[in-house]
Design a protein around this ligand. Structure first.
Ligand SMILES: Nc1ncnc2c1ncn2[C@@H]1O[C@H](COP(=O)(O)OP(=O)(O)O)[C@@H](O)[C@H]1O
Ligand SMILES: [Mg+2]
Length: 392
């Protein structure tokens, strides 16, 4: 039933059931073609190759352990969170998903929490009478709304207390928690208080490890979370084998069979990062681009996303020194070479402590990796961005 379609000289795609494709992307995407959907996945059948991680996360949460889901961008952290959330709700555990991206400071946290609560009607219902009485909070038909609070952290605490007292067992998912690095001291205190007083609330954190994540994950003796650090769950990129299976399965959903060498090239170039594989697959199946074009577009789109994130990371930092370090590590290097590169960029000597700090921060943010004293960037998009001088 399959016939080979020649595209640009290579037999790339075989199509069957063309009529199926004409039924409309939306219908098909929703029902039977989930894998190359660009949104974070929300149900177990859409989530590929993460059975073990999903099981472990759910097990830890049911055992009331707090968990930090770690991994590079586009590896599937939000997807894992959302799928786990859906599964936990089936087990009658209420879940509040809080997206902290862009939430600078306590007011941002408060607004993000309110948005999360407004999406979780079962909790909202239970806490609304109590929430009504919290200063600056009003509850209407549209859910919770806030007046700009002078003491937003106190309001966050009051809301969490209301949840702790009224809502039964629940999970609060804080996605992109590194956004709160600037208020980490106060946040850690708040979390320790919740830990002590409301054991029915369990937190899941995700993010790159920078700042807050590090104090969350490795709390020193003076940290309010000392002795209570969350369990760590690392999400790795797909292995070559798994990435190949992922692409093939995604193409199968569209009744396409793609030649092995083409799948291999995509796997090779996109380094097993699920988000980039998904984007590539989407470019082929939904946008109907030929292989090379789909790959190029994925890479340039990927570079754009990485560039935005990198600029976000560089805000308020010594951009020159950080960029010099990153550019140096685009090919594997040793410490002294990094120091040399930073000194050239700054046209002055730089002390060792500064270099150590930069490297530590970049490692913590999962932008670079160290193995046996060699530093390198793993993300193929980030590497290309830096090597092609698209950022200065
Ligand atoms: N295990 C997976 N199976 C299917 N798609 C995935 C998987 N992991 C990630 N994706 C897809 O990759 C993209 C990035 O995933 P996301 O969960 O947003 O990653 P992160 O939060 O780590 O940046 C999304 O398009 C998502 O649908
Ligand atoms: Mg995410």
């Amino acid at each position: 039933m399959l016939n080979v379609v020649e595209q640009h000289g290579v037999a790339t795609i075989e199509k069957a059931n063309y009529s199926l494709l004409l039924m409309g992307g939306k219908y098909l995407r929703g029902l039977s073609m989930p894998l190359f959907n660009l949104n974070p996945k929300e149900s177990p059948k859409e989530l590929f190759g993460r059975e073990r991680e999903l099981k472990e996360l759910i097990h830890l949460i049911k055992a009331k352990r707090w968990v930090a889901v770690l991994g590079p961008r586009m590896v599937g952290k939000t997807s894992l969170l959302k799928v786990a959330g859906a599964e936990l709700e089936k087990a009658k555990i209420k879940v509040v998903y809080v997206n902290l991206w862009g939430a600078k400071g306590t007011n941002g946290l408060l607004r993000a929490l309110a948005r999360g609560l407004n999406d979780e009607k079962s909790i909202l219902q239970k806490i609304k009478d109590v929430a009504q009485r919290i200063e600056g909070v009003s509850v209407g038909t549209g859910g919770i709304s806030m007046s700009i609070s002078k003491r937003p952290m106190a309001t966050v605490w009051d809301l969490l207390e209301a949840i702790g007292n009224q809502a039964g067992n629940c999970v609060i998912e804080l996605d992109e928690v590194q956004e709160l690095a600037a208020i980490s001291g106060r946040l850690l205190k708040l979390l320790a208080n919740i830990f002590n007083t409301h054991p029915n609330i369990v937190f899941i954190f995700t993010g790159s490890m920078f700042g807050l994540m590090k104090t969350l994950l490795e709390p020193g003796a003076s940290s309010p979370l000392y002795g209570r650090s969350p369990a760590k769950l690392y999400l790795q990129p797909f292995t070559k084998e798994l990435a190949t299976k992922f692409l093939k399965k995604g193409f199968e959903e569209h009744n396409l069979i793609i030649k092995d060498e083409i799948v291999n090239e995509a796997v090779e170039r996109l380094d097993g990062i699920p988000g980039w594989l998904t984007l590539y697959g989407n470019n082929i199946t939904i946008r109907k681009l030929p292989h090379q074009k789909a790959l190029e577009e994925t890479i340039s789109e990927g570079i754009k996303i990485v560039k935005d994130e990198l600029e976000h990371f560089l805000e308020g930092r010594d951009k020159q020194a950080y960029l010099a370090t990153l550019k140096a590590t685009a090919t594997p290097v040793r410490w002294t070479e990094i120091k040399g590169a930073v000194e050239i960029a700054k046209a002055s000597t730089v002390n060792d402590a500064t270099i150590y700090r930069i490297i530590e921060n970049l490692k913590a943010a999962m932008l670079i990796e160290e193995k046996e004293n060699v530093y390198r960037i793993n993300d193929p998009m980030l590497r290309t961005l830096l090597l092609t001088s698209q950022i200065t």
